[in-house]
Design a protein around this ligand. Structure first.
Ligand code: URA
Length: 255
């Protein structure tokens, strides 16, 4: 990167409201959200200037000390970057009412990831508010927590028509935003709700029956796959296994 390019890059970051740069992993996650506002793909921060490059800069181009966006601000920037009327995939032409971004504590230690909004979520703009969501709320409360203390999001942010499974192009387009959310929140524990979320996050085709009951190390967090609450509504006996998984979650939170 030339000096001019570096100066232009820093100007660009400043325009986005980012004050200063750092190569720390935490900071890199925080700065990716504003980058999306400019249509840049997430995860590409390799062009961040090195410490040597910063040291070599002229004095008048030296940025102020790095001030990372707080998680709440970074999430707000990401929400804004996605926009209320996202048209990045075909779901906007297939009857979805709104983007369902995510809800909860921006600094949650525990994050739940579902598949995609259903009809109620599409109407209300919040994940897991229908019958499955009410069961999820009870599951959260069963380990002594509230919905407000955790963060809840889906792999894709728009409702597929008729609640069909998300298609690969839709996942490919939308999933980076989930990774952004995870990078900003940095939960200690991620609970993948159901086959779709578990397989997407773990990049596997193993069935949920083989994945649940295990704890995976995932990008610095513990990832616990469990059954989807909608499955529990159809198969109440499976609540017992989910309770086992949630006890593990509670144990890890207390460790
Ligand atoms: N099912 C999901 O996977 N996510 C929701 O938000 C609602 C139902």
């Amino acid at each position: 990167m030339t000096r001019d390019e570096l100066a232009a890059h820093l100007d660009y970051m400043r325009e986005l409201g980012v004050q200063g740069v750092s190569r720390a992993a935490e900071w890199r996650a925080r700065v990716e959200a504003p980058r999306l506002a400019e249509g840049l793909p997430p995860g590409e921060t390799d062009d961040m200037p090195s410490d040597d490059a910063l040291a070599a800069m002229p004095a008048d181009a030296t940025p102020p000390p790095a001030v990372a966006l707080a998680p709440a601000e970074a999430l707000a920037a990401l929400r804004q970057a996605i926009g209320p009327d996202c048209t990045r995939c075909k779901l906007h032409t297939l009857g979805r009412r709104q983007v369902v971004f995510g809800v909860g504590n921006p600094q949650a230690r525990l994050m739940f990831v579902g598949e995609a909004p259903g009809e109620d979520e599409d109407k209300q703009g919040e994940p897991f508010v229908g019958r499955a969501g009410q069961l999820l709320t009870k599951i959260i409360e069963a380990i002594g927590m509230t919905r407000e203390q955790v963060y809840i999001a889906n792999v894709i942010k728009c409702r597929p028509p008729g609640n069909r499974n998300p298609e690969p192009d839709e996942v490919g387009t939308c999933e980076p935003f989930l990774f952004e959310q995870l990078g900003i929140i940095q939960p200690r524990i991620v609970v993948a709700l159901g086959k779709f979320a578990a397989q997407s996050l773990l990049r596997t085709t193993e069935p949920i029956t083989k994945l649940r009951g295990r704890v995976f190390e995932w990008r610095g967090a513990s990832l616990i796959p469990t059954f989807h609450p909608a499955y529990l509504l159809r198969n109440p006996p499976a609540k017992r296994e989910v309770w086992e998984d949630m006890k593990k979650v509670r144990e890890l939170l207390q460790a």
